[in-house]
Design a protein. Structure first.
Length: 247
């Protein structure tokens, strides 16, 4: 069972995280007025914000016409530490931590603080709870070739006649029954940040959209259990050789 493993991915001297996100989707879209008011309340915790119009593309098959309808605004709130970001949209809210990532406790505390404002100020119901952790793994190359299978335990199996491949994308879905959570694992080659290495991502998304309680404090408890799930798959999908790079 996933929950039996308390394998910690944090604490490495050289954390490979690009972005960590805690997210809640709402059962219905908020009106522009409510979204704007919630943005105002959240702004006490952030130094600045940007605004982007949200539009819905609609196709009417009967009349064979298409239209673009405005549905509100997406607010991107930025803290004094610019790696701390929040996204408020008509149908949800997310707290994001860009590199450098410190620890789960800091990100979760910020998400709890902000989400309590949302659920305490408006009649919002959760439709989906999620965490997403995107890691970039840098590996050495030899003659311009990287042996990804030495670092990623899940990889594409090819015939032995094919010596190497170029860019790839791997994606699969699992289920964590104890958390009633869907787990989506993705990995792909990305542009390296420095010369002399090859880079690939390990993207772990854990979400739950069934049997969600109306009590937001209980929803926060559920989200906290996702930590064990993402840590388990992090430790399981990276080989010992990869993990040693970050210890």
């Amino acid at each position: 069972m996933v929950a039996e493993h308390r394998l910690v991915a944090e604490g490495f001297k050289k954390t490979p995280l690009i972005e960590a996100v805690l997210d809640v989707a709402f059962t219905s879209e908020l009106s522009p007025e409510v979204t704007s008011e919630l943005r105002r309340l959240l702004s006490d915790n952030y130094n600045s914000h940007t605004e982007e119009a949200v539009r819905r593309f609609h196709i009417d098959l009967e009349t064979e016409t298409a239209s673009i309808q405005p549905t509100g605004a997406l607010y991107r709130l930025i803290a004094k530490n610019t790696s701390e970001i929040a996204l408020l949209r008509p149908n949800g809210f997310a707290a994001s931590q860009l590199a450098p990532y410190k620890c789960w406790e800091d990100l979760f505390a910020r998400f709890e603080r902000d989400s309590n404002i949302l659920f305490g100020s408006s009649d919002i119901k959760p439709a989906r709870l999620a965490t997403r952790f995107i890691n970039r793994i840098d590996v050495p190359t030899e003659n311009g070739i990287a042996q990804h299978e030495e670092y990623l335990a899940a990889h594409i199996k090819l015939p032995t006649e094919i010596e190497n491949i170029g860019p790839f994308q791997l994606s699969f879905q699992l289920y964590a029954p104890e958390q009633k959570a869907e787990v989506v694992i993705q990995s792909s080659v990305v542009e390296p940040a420095i010369e002399g290495v090859a880079s690939f991502t390990l993207d772990i998304d854990v979400s739950r959209s069934i049997d969600l309680p109306d009590d937001w404090s209980e929803c926060l408890r559920i989200i906290s259990t996702f930590r064990d799930v993402k840590n388990y798959f992090y430790r399981t999908l990276l080989t010992r050789k990869a993990l040693e790079e970050f210890e």
